[in-house]
Write a protein that binds this ligand. Structure first.
Ligand SMILES: [Zn+2]
Length: 131
């Protein structure tokens, strides 16, 4: 579970939720329809007709809670989650990673300073694997 009360996590998860991206004109727009967005006044638990950025400013705890809920309901597909889907009975070490195996040793070179702290390698998201 990702702790969205940490600022960096909050923004990363909000980005994953809204899929905000840059248009050709330079403006930013969310791919997520506002009507479906947990931060929208329809869904955020307040009756204030305010924008999502005003909601964050005025109700930071509620904004964190909304993103946290979404994050919990939409866990990122990682090498670890996929592995455990296929090998649910694999022996795990203290960090919850498969014993003695690291994606790095299997040829995944995304993290080049792998220091046997393999949770970093295992927790990398798999693009497009989102459900
Ligand atoms: Zn590693």
């Amino acid at each position: 579970m990702i702790d969205c009360s940490k600022t960096a996590n909050y923004f990363a998860e909000k980005q994953r939720m809204t899929k905000k991206h840059k248009l050709n004109g330079g403006a930013y727009i969310c791919e997520l329809n506002c009507a479906n967005c947990p931060l929208n006044s329809l869904n955020n638990g307040t009756n204030d007709k305010i924008s999502c950025s005003d909601f964050e400013t005025l109700y930071p705890e509620k904004a964190v809670k909304a993103v946290q809920k979404w994050s919990d309901e939409h866990p990122q597909t990682t090498y670890l989650s996929e592995f455990l889907k296929n090998y649910p009975n694999a022996p795990l070490d203290d960090e919850g990673t498969p014993k003695g195996v690291c994606p790095h040793t299997l040829g995944l070179m995304d993290i080049d300073n792998c220091d046997d702290n393999c949770i970093k390698c295992w927790n990398q998201p798999i693009d497009g694997g989102e459900e």
